[in-house]
Write a protein that binds this ligand. Structure first.
Ligand code: DGJ
Length: 743
């Protein structure tokens, strides 16, 4: 039998994880250390002498035989900071004088608000997974902390289950999924913010004293910030300033929250220089009544570690998302190249017009034709129709079948836009069920885009939504749904349940959303789904368990997309990053760009075409056909390979470049963009990364060229060390090439 002490997953000094420890706290337990290893990282925590679960280590992988010193609570600092607040707990409850961010805060029926969690038992849940049971020192509140580490990437999934075994209800005012403790050091915090048509801005700032909060109070993930973080250790040897987060070098701790409702991540630099990250349900307006016997399960907070900078961190996340999160993991197939009609026709869809576009889309090699908004109810514009999910008889007198048949006959599959959680007041649904929307009785109902949010937390609303979608998918041969969500919450009332249960809406709405998606996927196993929320307002690891792809932004300007795609890929894989080629000049910025530039910008992700093909020239069709064919040939490498950001488009850079290398290093694909050449500067030397130094690679051009003395074949070492010089100057010019390993 394998020696359990040598198994890195087994807690040190813990004879067998199959043992469930006794509830009684004993002196022997103070020595207990739990350790998880995966990929290149180790995570360890232990029980201190008071019985609290305490963070011990998170970082690069330690030797299998290494001893992790047991947990000892930290000392009190003067009379102002008790040991309870100075000790870095794994899941700190608010009580006993805690001044740092709590993971859990509860009010009991008798008014007591003090909660102090102590270790009860540990249970193995698999080779790399365990549950830790905690309990309040006197009350019957139990918290089970779930830990599960991915062996390949070392990404750790953490969540908590809170159970009330008291005789009275309690109210949970704050519940995190997890808290992460970093070693004491100087750090840079990276996070993503945005707004409609301006998502995925990468921000970087030093972590100084105090707390930094990123969050959504909107009932949904939101555009304003994304539930992802990365924290890079500032290397004082090489740092030129506080913003020294390395792209390929240095230690990075990162995480992402799997929740599509209101969320919060707090990065805290405590007064004693500890850096801690707390994330989970947003405590703002939270108040979850937990009756006796009930549980509240938090979302999952994933965390990982890389010693290859932000680039290494994002490559781990990409691998983890495709292998462990996405539908069809571990091997989701690359996305079909789509055509979407939205920017061409907006609401003005009809059978003949869509058929004409479908013919043109098929002629350039598109795989999937998607009809966007406007096909249902009395939907002439955004004032009416949401909620009435019948096919508009004026636009489609024979239903959707003739169009779907036509699309199939052209060799494409068919996708359709829906916005299931919304209703226009001007709809039959709202006239029949005005009580179905989120609202506070007697108060105004704030409309956005002339629509209100259906209260999906209600069982009848949930069933209606699942019912119409099931019917739509049963009656029509639909391969793909673009699932849109075009506003955030206002007046989140739910007056059909008792007052003290109404705030459950923040949890129940999202759970019902997930359950609808899960059931639809189970009933219609071939369906694929895109998560869209007026662009990138609902992108997170929660929705990505049910969505095959996302729409990152309504902003399809190919130049803006370079920096948005750059930001997006810090957190999410290019596999899910839909990128359409649309018209020039662009409707948002009025910027003119060539079709080639637009194509190459979009080809860095999962390619789509969203232009009005009725306006294209023969030359446009030929260019698109050639580039779609080139894309198909290397798509798997682009969306599933290891991404290296060779030149960042951020900070007003006039150049940018990305490279992706297939996991077996047999192919690399490089994109390069010159956006505003200045003072005659040539494109910077491109030194590639991630190739096999000893293998020979052959250069193949997708678009553009290099200086004439560039070899056609050279070793991986040559492409990485010597590098090549592109001939790329001008404004909004682009080049792309592939390297194929030679036998
Ligand atoms: C917002 C989406 O992001 C767009 O792509 C489009 O589907 C519109 N909604 C349709 O109303």
């Amino acid at each position: 039998m394998k020696n359990p002490l040598k198994n890195p997953i087994v807690p040190i000094l813990f004879a067998s994880l199959l043992l469930t420890l006794s509830a009684a706290f004993t002196a022997a337990q103070t020595a207990r250390v739990f350790r998880l290893d995966g990929g290149n990282s180790t995570y360890a925590f232990g029980v201190n002498e008071r019985g609290e679960l305490q963070a011990l280590y998170w970082g690069g992988r330690l030797g299998a035989e290494d001893t992790i010193p047991p947990a000892h609570s930290f000392p009190q600092v003067a009379s102002f900071d008790s040991s309870y607040t100075t000790t870095p707990q794994e899941y700190a409850s608010w009580g006993a004088g805690l001044y740092t961010e709590p993971a859990l805060k509860i009010t009991f029926a008798d008014g007591n608000r003090d909660l102090v969690l102590h270790f009860v038992s540990a249970t193995a849940k698999g080779p790399q997974a365990m549950d830790l049971l905690l309990k309040d020192i006197s009350r019957e509140i139990y918290v089970t902390l779930h830990y599960s580490m991915d062996a390949n990437t070392g990404i750790l999934a953490r969540s908590a289950d809170i159970e009330n075994r008291e005789k009275q209800p309690v109210v949970i005012e704050q519940a995190a999924a997890a808290q992460w403790t970093l070693p004491p050091a100087r750090y840079t915090f990276s996070y993503l913010t945005g707004r409609w048509a301006g998502e995925w801005t990468l921000n970087q700032e030093p972590i100084l004293g105090g707390a930094r909060v990123i969050e959504s109070r909107r009932g949904t993930t939101g555009h304003q910030a994304n539930p992802w973080f990365a924290i890079s250790r500032d290397d004082s040897q090489s740092s030129v300033g506080p913003f020294a987060a390395g792209e390929e070098h240095g230690e990075v701790w990162f995480g992402a929250l799997a929740w599509s409702g209101s969320w919060r991540i707090t990065v805290e630099h405590t007064q004693l220089d500890a850096v801690r990250v707390t994330g989970g349900f947003n405590p703002f307006d939270f108040g979850y009544k937990l009756s006796p016997g009930e549980h509240l399960e938090t979302p999952v907070f994933y965390g990982g570690y890389s010693d290859h900078g932000l680039g290494g961190a994002s490559r781990l996340l990409h691998r983890f998302e495709t292998a462990r999160i996405l539908p069809h993991a571990p091997d989701p197939k690359p996305r079909p190249v789509i055509y979407n009609s939205w920017e061409a026709t907006e609401f003005n869809v009809n059978e003949a017009g869509q058929m004409a576009l479908a013919e043109k889309a098929a002629s350039i090699g598109v795989d999937r034709f998607v009809m966007d908004d406007g096909w249902f109810g009395q939907r002439k514009d955004d004032h009416a129709g949401l909620g009435d999910w019948y096919v508009n008889p004026q636009k489609f007198p024979h239903g959707l079948k003739p169009l779907i048949d036509k699309v199939h006959s052209l060799g494409m599959d068919f996708g359709l836009w829906v916005e299931p959680e919304m209703v226009n007041p001007d709809s039959d649904l709202y006239r029949k069920h005005p009580d179905w929307v989120l609202n506070f009785p007697g108060r105004p109902r704030s409309e956005s885009r002339n629509q209100l949010v259906l209260n999906l937390a209600r069982q009848d609303v949930r069933d209606y939504v699942e019912g119409f979608l099931d019917k739509l998918l049963t009656e029509n041969d639909i391969a793909f749904l673009k699932w849109d969500y075009n506003r955030n919450w206002a007046e989140p009332g739910w007056d059909q349940v008792p007052i003290d249960e109404q705030k459950r809406v923040y949890v129940q709405f999202i759970r019902n959303l997930y359950s609808i998606l899960a059931e639809l996927r189970a009933k219609h196993p071939k369906i694929e789904i895109e998560s869209c929320s007026g662009g990138g307002g609902r992108v997170d690891l929660g929705i990505l368990r049910y969505a095959d792809e996302v729409w990152p932004s309504d902003n399809t300007d190919p130049f803006d997309r370079l920096s948005m795609q750059d930001g997006f890929t810090y957190a999410y894989t290019p596999q899910i990053m839909m990128a359409w080629v649309t018209d020039s000049p662009h409707w948002l910025n009025h910027r003119s760009t060539s079709l080639t530039y637009r194509m190459l910008s979009s080809m860095q992700g999962s390619l789509g075409i969203g232009a009005n093909l009725n306006h294209w020239t023969q030359e446009d069709f030929a260019t698109a056909k050639r580039l779609i064919s080139a894309y198909h040939a290397v798509q798997r490498t682009i969306v599933r390979g290891d991404l290296y950001r060779l030149i960042s488009p951020l900070n007003g850079s006039e150049f940018s470049s990305t490279e992706t290398v297939s996991s077996d290093k047999s192919q690399a694909v490089v994109f390069a963009f010159a956006d505003a050449t200045q003072e005659g500067r040539g494109f910077p030397l491109l030194q590639l990364q991630g190739l096999d130094s000893n293998a020979e690679y052959k250069l193949g051009w997708i678009e553009g060229k290099a200086l004439s003395d560039t070899p056609e074949r050279a070793s991986g070492a040559w492409w990485m060390r010597h590098g090549l010089q592109l001939e790329l100057r001008g404004d909004y010019r682009a080049a792309a090439f592939r390297l194929d390993r030679q036998p």
